[in-house]
Design a protein around this ligand. Structure first.
Ligand code: ADP
Ligand code: ADP
Length: 237
C-alpha cells in the first residue's frame, strides 16, 4: 500500500510541484496519473521511491515511512519498487539478458561489478520475465539493437526480475508509436493482473488511461482534481 499523507513539494525556485496530496493506493491496483505537462505527475511518482524529497507531509509504503527512512531502510524499500521511465535506462552495449539480470541487484550497483553473482534461478527468472514481455528470442541481442518499444519491454522485464511489488512507470509510452504503445501497456496490464503487481503509470493520454487502468487520478497544478474509475471520469465530461 502506498499512502500520501498531506504531501506537498515546493521546489527551490518556489514552484509547487505537489499541493497537499492525500492519497492511498492499494495493492494490485493499476493507477494512471493524468494531467497536463507540469501538473505534478512526475513529482508524485518520484516521491514514491524518494527520487525527490517532499517538503511537507509523509509518503508511506507498506507501513514504512519513505520520508523518514534512513539510507538502509530506503534501500530496502527501493528493492521492492521497480521503475520504468521514458528513457529506457538500459546499458546499451550489454545484452538483453545482462540488463534484465541486473534487476536482481537493484539500480545502485555498478553494472560491471555484478557478473558471476547470479544463481541458476536468476537466469531462469530472466527468461521467464522476457517471455512475459514476448522477447525471449532477444535474450542474447545487444540492447541498442532493439527498437524503442522492445527496449521499454526489456525494462519491464528487469522490473519483474527485481521482484518488485510496485512498478512505477514515468511516461513509459511517451516516445512510442501507437502500436508499440498498446504492446507496452498490455505488458503492464498483464503484470498487474497475472502477477498481482501494483502499477502506477504517468500518462498524458486520457484515452489510454481509460483503456488500461482500474483507477485514474488527475492532477492540476500539483493538486488532486479527480480520483475515480475510468467510468466515473466519463460521467464528469
Ligand atoms: P509533470 O510530470 O506532470 O509534467 P512535473 O512533476 O515534472 O510535472 O512538474 C511539476 C511542476 O514542478 C512544474 O511546474 C515543473 O516546472 C516543476 N518542477 C519539476 N521539477 C522541478 C525542478 N527540479 N525544479 C523546479 N521546478 C520543478
Ligand atoms: P544518485 O544521486 O545517487 O546518483 P539518483 O537518485 O539521482 O541517485 O538516481 C540515479 C538514477 O537511478 C535515477 O535517474 C533513476 O532513474 C535511477 N533510480 C534510482 N532509484 C531507483 C529505483 N528505486 N528504481 C528505479 N530507478 C531508480
Amino acid at each position: 500500500m502506498i499512502e500520501f499523507k498531506d504531501v506537498s513539494k515546493v521546489y527551490g525556485n518556489g514552484t509547487r510541484g505537489l499541493d497537499h496530496i492525500q492519497l492511498t493506493i492499494g495493492d494490485g491496483e493499476f493507477v494512471s496519473i493524468i494531467g497536463l505537462s507540469g501538473a505534478g505527475k512526475s513529482t508524485l511518482l518520484r516521491s514514491i521511491n524518494r527520487l525527490n524529497d517532499v517538503t511537507e507531509g509523509e509518503v508511506v509504503v507498506d507501513g514504512t515511512s519513505i520520508t523518514r527512512a534512513d539510507k538502509r531502510e530506503l534501500r530496502r524499500i527501493r528493492r521492492r519498487i521497480g521503475m520504468i521511465s521514458q528513457s529506457f535506462n538500459l546499458v546499451k552495449r550489454s545484452t538483453v539478458q545482462k540488463n534484465v539480470l541486473s534487476g536482481r541487484l537493484g539500480y545502485y550497483s555498478t553494472f560491471k561489478s555484478i557478473f558471476g553473482l547470479f544463481t541458476e534461478e536468476d537466469y531462469k527468472n530472466t527468461e521467464k520475465a522476457l517471455a512475459t514481455v514476448g522477447l525471449l528470442d532477444k535474450l542474447h541481442s545487444r540492447s541498442d539493437e532493439l527498437s524503442g518499444g522492445q527496449q521499454q519491454r526489456v525494462s519491464i522485464a528487469r522490473a519483474l526480475v527485481q521482484r518488485a511489488d510496485i512498478i512505477l512507470a514515468d511516461e513509459p509510452v511517451a516516445s512510442l508509436d501507437p502500436v508499440t504503445t498498446q504492446t507496452v501497456l498490455k505488458d503492464l496490464e498483464r503484470i498487474n493482473k497475472e502477477e498481482g503487481k501494483t502499477v502506477v503509470v504517468n500518462i498524458h493520454s486520457v484515452e489510454l488511461a481509460r483503456q488500461f487502468s482500474t483507477r485514474i487520478i488527475a492532477l492540476r497544478a500539483g493538486r488532486l482534481v479527480f480520483d475515480g474509475t475510468p467510468d466515473e471520469l466519463t460521467e464528469e465530461r
